[in-house]
Design a binder for this molecule. Structure first.
Ligand code: NDP
Ligand code: 2IT
Length: 445
């Protein structure tokens, strides 16, 4: 089957949706071999059906700021594929949000969720609303206005949104409050909820913890551990924070964090009170990291630069898409970096990925590496359904087990002839096989 034809058709049908093209292209490249080995997929039009979302809802979100001025933002929900479970995936509030970015994220989510071993389909949504610098009341009014449209198409067995960039516990609370009022039901319709009203322990840390659990498994294939390793992390949000905590716990030293204004290099390591300070920075809602260097004088702030120029053993991009380019990748390789694991979604551009892979650096793709966040969302859904709450240790043990099983799946489907693992191929093929087989069983619908 000629997958390049399918790709060309997609580009023609959706011109300009570059991030979406990028994500689909990466998967098609990986699955070509298994698609040719399984002609039943072509006969059932699996690929053509998989690369188009089931449906896309777009809506306007009018809201009023504290001065009484009216604004109109765009809201979206992409319900991509529900072959193996209800649509599941986060909501992103960021001025850069558009259809292409949400379609790339929704498409990735299908395979990521399949890898978790839990019954969740793929979806994504969000808005071009910018929470930066907004008051809590403005954020509340926006979230309520957003939910006034979204509630019609979501439900605990239909579509279960969660957080992503710009959407954390506070926003989930405001949206859950409005859903509960409209639907008159207190159910697990969103994940990432507060502990007092249906949330799960470990969910806030889960994406970062899972990222490090996965990287730990990768390092173990080379008889390496985090003990004594230096680690570069980008971003300073939800994912970066959890990853920094876990790296430190495993004996590694996190030496960078970053924001859109530049990066911080702290040779003494970002641990303890410094990780708490990351959270304080986040709470200011300003998205700048430069104050860190004033608070901790041993650290230095590099304005307008990315942390990949620092010599480290492990790199964990945890900020946003396309934040590691080919030059960054070459610098990391030349500096002796052993392992790159994507905590963010699609942070490495394809050329950067190829640099890592051709140099046989351990390279873990987002859909495997950061699946711990949505996996723990799945565990939150289970607890909501059973109306029980597991302990921190129980949830962490399940998360750890899931990340190990995702690593095993990558090795199973991605082992190269030379014995090394192509984690990109492994993750794409493992996720695809599960979803494609489910779609076959369910008929052409
Ligand atoms: P947060 O909003 O908590 O943090 C992300 C922060 O990174 C934003 O404040 C953003 O600032 C900043 N940022 C954006 N671009 C850059 C950049 N180029 N360099 C440095 N910082 C930047 O989001 P999360 O931590 O939740 O998400 C981070 C990544 O992880 C995203 O790719 C997300 O899709 C992914 N992810 C998140 C999961 C979760 O459970 N939250 C699960 C799996 C993946 P600004 O607004 O100024 O651009
Ligand atoms: O990209 C992601 O996996 C997330 N933002 C988390 C999604 C979720 O439903 O927990």
């Amino acid at each position: 089957m000629d997958l390049s034809n399918i790709m060309n058709e997609l580009v023609k049908k959706h011109p300009g949706e570059l991030e979406y093209h990028q994500a689909v292209h990466e998967v098609l490249e990986s699955i070509e071999e298994v698609v040719n080995e399984n002609p039943q997929f072509e006969a059932a039009g699996i690929i053509e059906r998989l690369i188009e979302p089931d449906r896309v809802l777009t809506f306007k979100v009018p809201w009023m700021d504290d001065e009484g001025k009216v604004f109109v933002n765009l809201g979206y929900r992409i319900q991509f594929n529900n072959a193996i479970g209800p649509y599941k995936g986060g909501l992103r509030f960021h001025p850069s949000v558009n259809l292409s970015i949400l379609k790339f994220l929704g498409f990735e989510q299908i395979f990521k969720n399949a890898l978790t071993t839990l019954p969740m389909g793929g979806g994504k949504g969000g808005s071009d609303f910018n929470p930066k610098g907004k008051s809590d009341n403005e954020i509340m009014r926006f979230c309520q206005a957003f939910m006034l449209e979204l509630w019609k198409i979501i439900g605990p067995e239909t579509d279960v949104p969660a957080g992503d960039i710009g959407v954390g516990g506070k926003e989930i609370g405001f949206m859950f409050g409005m859903y509960k009022k409209l639907q008159r039901e207190h159910v697990g319709v969103l994940t990432g909820k507060g502990l007092g009203w249906g949330g799960s322990l470990i969910r806030p840390e889960a994406t970062g913890f899972g990222t490090v659990y996965f990287a730990k498994e990768m390092l173990a294939t080379k008889n390496e551990t985090f003990e004594g390793k230096t680690v570069a992390i980008s971003g300073f949000g939800n994912v970066a924070w959890g990853a920094a905590l876990k790296v430190t716990e495993l004996g590694g030293k996190v030496v960078t964090l970053s924001g859109p204004d530049g990066y911080i290099y702290d040779p003494e390591g970002i641990s303890g009170e410094k990780i708490d300070y990351m959270l304080e920075l986040r709470a200011t809602n300003m998205d700048i990291v430069s104050p860190y260097a004033e608070e901790f004088p041993e650290a230095k702030f590099y304005a307008g630069k990315r942390p990949w120029e620092v010599k480290v053993d492990v790199a964990l991009p945890c900020a946003t898409q396309n934040e590691v380019d080919k030059n960054d990748a070459e610098t990391l390789v030349n500096n002796g970096c052993l392992c790159v694991a994507e905590g963010a979604n699609m942070p490495c551009i394809p050329d950067a990925m190829h640099v890592f892979q051709s140099n046989r650096i351990l390279f873990g793709p987002a859909k495997a590496v950061n699946a711990g966040g949505v996996a723990t969302s799945g565990l939150e859904m289970s607890q909501n359904s059973m109306k029980i709450a597991w302990t921190r240790e129980e949830v962490d043990a399940k998360l750890h087990h899931i990340m190990k099983s995702i690593h095993e799946a990558c090795v199973k489907y991605g082992t190269r002839d030379d014995g090394s693992t192509d984690y990109v191929k492994g993750a794409n093929v493992a996720g695809f096989m599960k979803v494609a087989n489910a779609m076959l069983d369910l008929g052409v619908i």
